[in-house]
Design a protein around this ligand. Sequence first.
Ligand SMILES: *Cc1c(COP(=O)(O)O)cnc(C)c1O
Length: 495
Amino acid sequence: MEVLYSSTRSKGNPVKASEAILQGLPEDGGLFVPDHIPALDKSLKELAGMTYQETAYEVMKLFLTDFTEEELKTCIERAYDSKFDTEAIAPLTEAGGAWYLELFHGSTIAFKDMALSILPHLMITAARKNHIRDEIVILTATSGDTGKAALAGFANVEGTRIIVFYPKNGVSPIQEKQMVTQKGDNTLVVGIHGNFDDAQTGVKKMFADRKLAEQMRAEGFRFSSANSINIGRLVPQICYYVYAYATLLKEGKIKEGERINVVVPTGNFGNILAAFYAKNMGLPIGKLICASNENKVLYDFFATGTYDKNREFVLTSSPSMDILISSNLERLIYRIVGNDADKNKELMAALSGQGKYEITEEMKKGLADFYGGYASEEETAAEIARLYHSCGYVIDTHTAVASAVYGKYAAETGDGTKTVIASTASPFKFTRSVMNAIDKKYNAMGDFELVDELSKIANTAVPWAIEEIRSAPVVHDRQCDVDKMEDTVKAFLHL
Ligand SMILES: *Cc1c(COP(=O)(O)O)cnc(C)c1O
């Protein structure tokens, strides 16, 4: 059955999957949601015999119904190839009584690669299907991680260009090095003299500029977004939950149909929403445990039914989860309000007006699958040390938030259900925080010294993504003022 996508903020005008991917966002400011969640049409036993790529096809074909089998399989083959350093693509590691689903084996060693390695292929396929000949120009503002993952995904993909703006003095030295060494003639990386909000505002302004859009069209270009709210990023994330379950079944760790719990370190709510969709496809998942760091807006929301972003923004050691507005939560709100676009719109208007909204008792019932928890900075560091000292397994700071929350959940509820923890980044990406958590003596070492030391104590080779930047030449040294962002884009496109 065909799945169509419509906005969370207005009824009518449903579009096909390829159109939703191309467009990115509906014009009314809402998000595209599927009109129904399709059920898995293969048995769990059948799925247990499949590779990652085969599993991805079985999941994605159900959501992206206007893509042909050949189109989808080609996208999948191009995405999940030797860019990943393991054939399993998303392997499971058992440690300390849980399974860690390692989503960091792609080119930038964080889970964003799982979706951003396929999005460019879905996008150019979607363009072709819709007879769009324009070159697609991806415009992104980044505070660090998304920029590099998007660059790696789109570099040298024919028919696309990618422009990334980052705050010149607002990202970590490793993050900057990762971006400015990015190869690919179709890539441009620019440091702006401003902060992340300035970069974001500048990009949004260009997206909304009709005159610029016209000028672009005349020269055969159009903007698109690789932002995490594109359904072309959400759907590929469902696949690894199905794959994780199938792997546990294949290895005899669970019985067919046995429920598992899933813990997800959460920021923008995309990853855990994908797990929720997997559950709704019929995957036997019990609780969806939503783990936050000290920016615990979501924990408070699940506890009280009030979403309130009016609070201090805390900089933590898990920066990819330092978020006060979890955009993808809107898709869940839309659902628990009974797929009522008007009601959802009211709540979102309250969020942008007063910075908060409250859901009804009736709506709260729709959240029964979720459990919210959070971990402080101390608890996160202690969890890294505990796991390392008890089983020699080293996890990154984001994964540690999830792991710590799982420990608290198990102690509080006594729930002994087998559990998968989404491991969203390699510890090599956050080496200093990770090593300091294990032993304060490491604080004196330099960045790459620490990398080598981590490799030793974790008994793991240094990932290529890190090895590469030790010696890679800087190829992007462009900087600009905030009010010159548009000129920079035009110069790159020769407009
Ligand atoms: C983006 C990110 C997250 C948060 O994922 P969401 O889908 O935004 O909730 C968690 N950990 C890491 C390492 C990330 O890069």
